[in-house]
Write a protein that binds this ligand. Structure first.
Ligand SMILES: Cc1cc2nc3c(=O)[nH]c(=O)nc-3n(C[C@H](O)[C@H](O)[C@H](O)COP(=O)(O)O)c2cc1C
Length: 372
């Protein structure tokens, strides 16, 4: 049996395999409400064999959206729309996750659909962004430096969104603390120049992340995993290093975090040595130092390559992003290439929540096309 297709249990939740879909913004929501595109995008990958399908960066408050077309979890309409997506994903045997996000100083931008570049100004449908300090991400408008009251409101906003995620039926939530968005901007000395309790020392810079994790954990059920995505390095001299972020992860282990999803970069422009598996070593270090399970992501495009990441003990799951965009059945293809017969997934009926790890295999509707 390939390691990729071994089930994984975190708390009371078992994932049928370790081939996971990372969060990927679709920039296709109206008023933060996911629509048919999201159902088809996430649903196809659940049917395509992924064990955990993580919905895109979903804003906890309107001003936390990267673009006006981001999804959200601050209204009843959003919660209900997500519930439909979650139900479909779970009926296909996958676990449904959602990444909870606040874009901070990288909010209010054009979506990358050739509609314009940079910040959308308030008169054009954008909004004033917020950051730890009033310093711009190069190329974007400068944010307002947050007041202490504004900082204090962040954990509660994440917790309220987590409560809605629970109402929608999600199996997991992931706190987005990567890619230069709000929690990463607080964590990094390159973007956080505060002189209060949330700035300065590594402990102070990590404070908002820890407070946010505590607030989410307090409303998130004991049997459901809480993930955090980090950027393990800023890839810039004087910025966050893998060692510092691994030590933050070790601290998060004591705050109820169950897995660290290890990405890198995004807080400042940097020369990143992008190549196959370029973030795997960071996942290995975070795993070793923190003692927490990790997922590895970043140009893991081939099944044998992904299998080796697990075999090397660098991570407990792999995430396959861009390679799964043209290939929603990447996981089913990986099983074939690794010589694993997943069998057939029976018709799901109306089962709302998956309770075992046996729901693996080809959708019965697609059986006649199965690669075996
Ligand atoms: C279209 C697209 C949207 C993305 N949106 C998000 C997101 O919402 N949250 C996030 O943490 N990363 C996001 N990412 C990064 C991916 O999750 C992933 O970490 C990255 O693409 C590297 O993995 P890959 O080489 O397998 O694609 C996005 C990437 C792509 C291509």
């Amino acid at each position: 049996m390939a390691l990729l297709f071994e089930p994984l249990t975190l708390r009371g939740t078992t994932f049928r395999n370790r081939v996971w879909l990372p969060p990927m913004c679709q920039y296709s929501a109206t008023d933060g409400v996911p629509g048919d595109w999201h159902l088809v995008h996430l649903g196809a990958r659940a049917a395509g064999g992924f064990g955990h399908v993580v919905a895109e960066a979903t804003a906890v408050v309107p001003e936390g959206r990267i673009t006006p077309q981001d999804t959200g979890l601050w209204s009843d309409a959003q919660t209900e729309a997500w519930a439909r997506v979650v139900r479909f994903v779970q009926e296909r045997g996958a676990r449904a996750g959602v990444q909870l996000a606040h874009a901070g100083r990288k909010a209010s931008t054009h979506r990358p659909f050739h509609e314009g570049d940079g910040t959308i100004a308030p008169p054009d449908g954008g909004w004033t962004t917020l950051g730890p300090s009033a310093e711009a991400f190069p190329g974007l408008a400068a944010p307002a430096g947050m007041t202490a009251d504004e900082v204090r409101a962040v954990p509660a906003a994440f917790a309220a969104a987590a409560r809605r995620a629970l109402d929608a039926g999600f199996d997991t939530v992931e706190v987005h603390a990567a890619h230069g968005y709000l929690l990463h901007a607080f964590l990094s000395p390159l973007s956080n120049h505060r002189t209060d309790a949330w700035g300065g020392t590594p402990e102070n810079r990590a404070r908002l992340l820890v407070e946010t994790v505590d607030a989410v954990r307090a409303v998130w059920p004991d049997d459901r995993p809480l993930l955090v995505r980090v950027s393990a390095t800023d890839w810039v001299e004087g910025g966050l290093t893998v060692e510092e972020v691994a030590s933050v992860a070790a601290d998060l282990a004591g705050h109820g975090v169950d897995l660290v999803d290890v990405s890198t970069g995004g807080n400042v422009p940097a020369r990143i040595p992008v190549g196959p598996g370029y973030q795997v070593e960071a996942a290995r270090v975070v795993r070793e130092v923190s003692g927490l399970p990790t997922s590895a992501v970043g140009l893991l495009t081939e099944p044998v390559q992904a299998e080796k990441v697990l075999a090397a003990g660098a991570a407990d799951a792999v995430m396959v992003g861009r390679a799964a965009l043209p290939d929603p059945s990447w996981a089913l293809r990986a099983a074939r290439e690794l010589g694993v017969d997943l069998g057939t997934l029976p018709h799901a009926g109306d089962r709302a929540r998956v309770t075992d790890a046996t729901r693996t295999g080809w959708p019965v509707q697609y059986e006649r096309g199965a690669w075996r």
